[in-house]
Write a protein that binds this ligand. Structure first.
Ligand code: DGL
Length: 279
């Protein structure tokens, strides 16, 4: 049995903090270690090879820090890197450790929220191109049609703190219009990027009446609680002193200023230069 350690939570930048918030609320008392790769964000417009390489570097770092379990709290990393890491890297790197993503737990429940059987997915270009939601939904809800819309500028707007401005209005309206042009029957829209909850108010403003909006934090937290119930051998390896630590590959002061909007509390992060992730 390996040593006890924190739950690792990874994102390209700030978005995973919306998931960490829900995890800490749902599973308080555990130790958490957060890493935002802000210096190399956004990931959403990058190639498969680059996203896989960056994500694997982060996973190795979490393992070096003693995390038995790592959550990729990023749809883009989950879409592009998770399967290869689980199937190819994990068996040699740390066969008893686990890396989980955010797409599967979301797909598992999404079909329960639609009557029309038409759902919309708003995500980064990387997540959309991967077709991960289409493929996962086909497994759990084969009768549900998935309409996807890439929103390439939403993460940059959010990372730059421009999400409350009128520039954001323009892009939110434009991408929602394109999503509903694919099907006017859509009655459920998923924010399939962990950054997007920051735009939730604006999105609701422009969403057609009667359409439900789903965010992922709660879904991922419920799914992890269920996973730990089913896997006591993993649960026993998780530290429980309630310590939460934050790292960013970019400037910690800038990270701390923005992070509160995602996490709901002030935080104090430390710097992990991205070159230290490269083994
Ligand atoms: N938060 C990430 C996600 O859920 C995306 C961010 C990015 O483009 O870097 O997809």
């Amino acid at each position: 049995m390996s040593a006890i350690g924190p739950i690792g939570v990874f994102d390209s930048g700030y978005g995973g903090l919306t998931v960490l918030r829900a995890l800490v609320d749902r599973l308080p008392g555990y130790d958490y270690l957060y890493l935002g790769d802000n210096a190399r964000a956004p990931y959403g417009n990058r190639s498969y090879a680059t996203i896989y390489q960056y994500t694997l570097q982060a996973v190795r770092w979490f393992f070096d820090q003693g995390c038995p379990l790592v959550i990729l709290a990023c749809n883009t990393a989950s879409a592009k890197a998770l399967r290869t890491i689980q199937q190819t890297d994990l068996p040699t790197l740390a066969p008893d450790n686990r890396v989980l993503g955010v797409i599967r737990p979301t797909a598992e429940i999404m079909g329960d929220h639609t009557r029309s059987k038409h759902v919309g997915v708003l995500a980064t270009p990387g997540t959309v191109q991967s077709e991960s939601y289409v493929l996962e939904m086909a497994k759990f809800f084969p009768d549900v049609r998935v309409h996807q819309q890439a929103c390439p500028l939403w993460v940059p707007l959010i990372e730059q703190g421009e999400h409350e401005g009128s520039g954001a209005d323009y892009f939110v309206q434009k991408d929602l219009k394109a999503l509903f042009a694919q099907s006017s029957e859509t009655d459920l829209v998923l924010l399939a990027c962990t950054h997007y909850p920051l735009l939730e108010k604006k999105i609701r403003q422009f969403l057609p009446n009667g359409v439900e909006l789903l965010t992922q934090g709660q879904i991922v937290a419920d799914s992890l609680a269920d996973y730990l119930n089913r896997h006591p051998e993993m649960e026993q390896r998780l530290g429980r002193s309630g310590e939460i630590r934050f790292y960013t590959t970019d400037e910690p002061a800038a990270f701390d200023r923005q992070a509160a909007a995602f996490y709901g509390h002030e935080i104090r992060s430390k710097h992990l230069p991205a070159d230290q992730l490269i083994h």
